[in-house]
Design a protein around this ligand. Sequence first.
Ligand SMILES: Cc1ncc(COP(=O)(O)O)c(C=O)c1O
Length: 393
Amino acid sequence: MSMPIKIADRMSRIRPFYVMELLARARELEMGGRSIIHMEVGEPDFPAPDSLVAAGKGALDRGCTRYLPACGLPELRCAVADFYRARFGVSLDSRRVIITPGASGALQLIMSVLVEQGDEVLMTDPGYPCNRHFVELAGGTPVPLPVGPDSDYQLTAERVAAAWNRNTVAALVATPSNPTGTLLARDQLNDLYRSVASRGGTLLVDEIYQGLVYDEPPHTALAVADDLFVVNSFSKYFGMTGWRLGWLVAPEGYLDALERLAQNIFISSSSLAQFAALSVFSEENIGLMESRRIAFKQRRDYLLPALQALGFRIKAQPKGAFYLYADCSDLSQDSSEFCRALLEEVGVAATPGKDFGSNQPERYIRFAYTTGIPRLEEGVARIARFLAARKLR
Ligand SMILES: Cc1ncc(COP(=O)(O)O)c(C=O)c1O
């Protein structure tokens, strides 16, 4: 006798990360001795700072390994609130900061608390692929709106107004964005907020790449209004991807619901990570993170013109995160095939547009500059060789 495999219907709408297949193939090639330049990876390449590791070890030595309150270690919630005050001049009650298992956990909490069966959430296409799925899991309908270079691949107040209907409950934006690295200026956020709020909806702002901006100081949507949701994480600016720790800032009225849900689905975020994360706001660590930010800026300043010289078109200025979203349509009509061949033939891994939605994905490739300039130079040289060989065919 055997039990049937019965997978819930909703799973048919959850798509894999295609880049994982590419990554698996890249690893396979590496095992076989090939050198691979990784420009597909969406996480900083820098090691965990010594002070973070020491704080983590200290927490283990002190036996700080038990469950913590569902909304997070009170000292960490205060430290996050202090960070907003010190860096952005935004004063925030630490009760509104909820510590989560990454920004991923924050987005799941928010969607679960906000979205009912049939509710619609507006978002960009291209955009971070998991967002669609968080809405689906809450029983809602994600509404990806095609965006292009004319709006820096961001939603605008007008776009939101045109797409809004009686089922729409929220709009989700990310600044800087994945995969385009583009930003929303404060007045654009303000316009979006007014457009969404005037329709009785909620604005959700993913600020996970907040500290990683290169041409202007970072800012926060919390300076625009305090009745919107902000999502953030220790993953990117603080380089703590594998520690699985993030946070959200919620409007007062949602705190009880969020806490009840967090108690039920997570119990608590990693206690080790939370104790360690208390160290990241020190002056010394922020200094280190800022030197890393400058390294990312130098990489962007190298890679952007280098890719353009090869024939990729990058049509909106990528001012943050660590991604370039390149239009490859002068070089190929099929970015997935292009990425596959690039990997097989010259060992360069990059992410095809289809991971980010269905808005002309075949025209786009995301290059991540999460590796040092010498490796990026080698990657560019290999792409040049690859393109030259294609021309001869
Ligand atoms: C825009 C965006 N939001 C959220 C996440 C989730 O990050 P984490 O759960 O590691 O904090 C990512 C990860 O790449 C992302 O790019």
